[in-house]
Design a protein. Structure first.
Length: 241
């Protein structure tokens, strides 16, 4: 749901009913929905499962080369792969309307490419490219737009990891100073109290409201994927100029 972290999601009995009634289930994959296999079996669902990250350009977690970063949607190129995967699955399910799915997918992909070109133009003049985030969710975004994530308050792909130790906080403080980091970027789904304390001690800004693991509400700046990416770009530009 809006502003609720995907890593803390707990399915309800109603979700079991929804899966049982579904014809198709779209999932990110990459171990993001680690509850889904069990729920799928329990629901008795016959729905076709579509892992939309298949074929996306993936990256490993910086501290564990064997662990794939699941946040692939933070790279617009990957979301184009997602859109094509969804359209292909819908064509298979409903071949009578295949042309409509193709048309709609092409129109959406065109909007994504326009957004990406706008984002590149907005960010091209930024000289400070080293950033610190609240948790390791922006690696794909950083790779795509030429940033470098030099540290994270919660150095994990999941927000369920333990709070950082005093030693980790001291090391991150040194990174902030060494790299002349301007801001710590925090998210709409994570309590940023630790980040705020660290930023205050380091004398840097806290840039709040980055959409990472969830969209915002319907009237928010992150109501859709395109909205959320536009909002994130604006926040980065404003805090790194």
């Amino acid at each position: 749901g809006p502003d609720n972290g995907v890593h803390e999601f707990e399915p309800t009995p109603q979700d079991t009913v929804l899966l049982n009634k579904a014809d198709i289930i779209v999932e990110n994959g990459l171990k993001l929905e680690n509850w889904l296999d069990k729920l799928y079996l329990a629901s008795g669902s016959k729905a076709r499962r579509v892992v939309v990250s298949t074929g996306a350009r993936l990256r490993s977690m910086p501290d564990n080369s064997s662990e794939i970063d699941p946040h692939a949607w933070q790279d617009i190129d990957n979301v184009i792969v997602y859109a094509m995967s969804i359209a292909r699955a819908l064509r298979h399910l409903d071949p009578e309307h295949a042309a409509l799915y193709d048309t709609n997918a092409a129109a959406y992909i065109a909007r994504l490419r326009t957004l990406d070109a706008w984002a590149v133009a907005q960010l091209q003049g930024l000289k400070q490219r080293d950033i610190v985030t609240n948790h390791d969710a922006l690696g794909y975004f950083a790779d795509h737009y030429g940033f470098k994530v030099v540290g994270a308050v919660i150095p994990s792909a999941t927000t369920e990891a333990a709070d950082p130790s005093a030693k980790q906080m001291a090391a991150l403080m040194e990174i902030i100073r060494t790299h002349k980091v301007k801001a710590i970027f925090t998210e709409n789904v994570v309590n940023n109290k630790i980040a705020q304390g660290l930023a205050q001690d380091a004398g840097v800004k806290v840039a709040t409201g980055i959409y990472t693991d969830a969209l915002g509400g319907k009237d928010s700046s992150g109501a859709t994927y395109i909205d959320m990416m536009r909002s994130n770009i604006n926040i980065f530009k404003h805090n790194l100029e």
